[in-house]
Design a protein around this ligand. Structure first.
Ligand SMILES: Nc1nc2c(ncn2[C@@H]2O[C@H](COP(=O)(O)OP(=O)(O)O)[C@@H](O)[C@H]2O)c(=O)[nH]1
Ligand SMILES: [Mg+2]
Length: 270
């Protein structure tokens, strides 16, 4: 278990529920293996963010699979809040159970304490901000915006704990690292953008032929490297001497993919 996750143990002790935030486009690889062990008996909800960028049919299958395994799971757009109703229902039920358990022990009401856990830039702060109904936690489109654990206290008997994203060592496995890079969940310097762009290019050529041709006005001929060169030429991303600027082209393709401008895709099937 990564050391930063270990250091969250002290917080886990004081929360009632954990929101395990993962990316709907990569629902398996963006989740922690063995998180149950760390969470213990605490209530858990898997929140798949960026549902607006994932394939809706695949998201439905993922939710079904998770729920079939007894896991509470929701998919939402954490930026707009679309799809958050079920999350509220889950939290309400968890709060009710906590209240009843306390009443049985002769204790009064206490706020529900909820913590968000997940990899960097997956949308943890955004989810909590939806729950808080305001921009209480800092968000940003790059990893590392949330520096240390941060409590957000809101009325309605709810206390939220935001945490910095933690990556798991197994994500250094090259392919996973590239996919996490494609989603913007890995530190920029750790994954080569040209490598990410080639993986994205191959994926699109295979899964959505014609997409690149339409978007960039190119012929889909050859492999990912040829496609990248064609995009660079078509966009006029050239270095002195007329050579295609691979880095700049790769960045443009990856950004388009990340923001959903090439369509809605789920990279892992259930
Ligand atoms: N399109 C879309 N963007 C999202 C969603 N959730 C988060 N984001 C964006 O992803 C970026 C990272 O979000 P943030 O909440 O800071 O992630 P954190 O690092 O896990 O706390 C921000 O630019 C958010 O606006 C979502 O469901 N859909
Ligand atoms: Mg954050």
């Amino acid at each position: 278990m990564p050391a930063p996750l270990q250091s969250l143990r002290q917080y886990l002790k004081v929360v009632d529920a954990v929101l395990e935030v993962a990316d709907a486009r990569l629902p398996a690889s963006s989740r922690y293996p063995d998180l149950e062990k760390l969470i213990g008996s605490r209530a858990r909800v898997v929140v798949l963010t960026r549902a607006d960028l994932a394939d809706p049919a695949a998201t439905a299958c993922w939710l079904e699979k998770l729920r079939a395994g007894g896991t509470r799971a929701v998919a939402m757009n954490a930026r707009t809040g679309a799809g958050d109703r079920l999350l509220y229902q889950y939290l309400k039920a968890i709060a009710r159970a906590k209240g009843e358990a306390r009443a049985r022990r002769g204790l009064g009401e206490a706020p529900l304490r909820v913590m968000a856990l997940g990899i960097p830039n997956v949308g943890k702060s955004s989810v909590l901000n939806r729950l808080a109904g305001r921009a209480a936690a800092r968000t940003g489109n790059r990893p590392g915006i949330t520096r240390g654990p941060q409590w957000i206290r809101i009325k309605d008997n709810l206390e939220l704990l935001d945490t910095p994203g933690v990556l798991w060592p197994r994500w250094q496995e090259p392919r996973t690292a590239l996919w996490l890079g494609a989603l913007g969940c890995a530190p920029e310097e750790s994954v080569p953008v040209v490598g990410i762009a080639c993986l994205v290019g191959e994926f699109l050529l295979r899964e959505a032929p014609g997409t690149l041709a339409v978007r960039y006005g190119i012929q889909e001929q050859g492999g990912a490297t040829d496609i990248l060169a064609a995009i660079g030429r078509s966009r006029g991303f050239l270095l002195p001497g007329g050579v295609v600027d691979q880095e700049k082209t790769a960045r443009a393709l990856v950004n388009d993919f990340r923001e959903g401008r090439l369509g809605r895709f789920t990279l892992e099937k259930p």
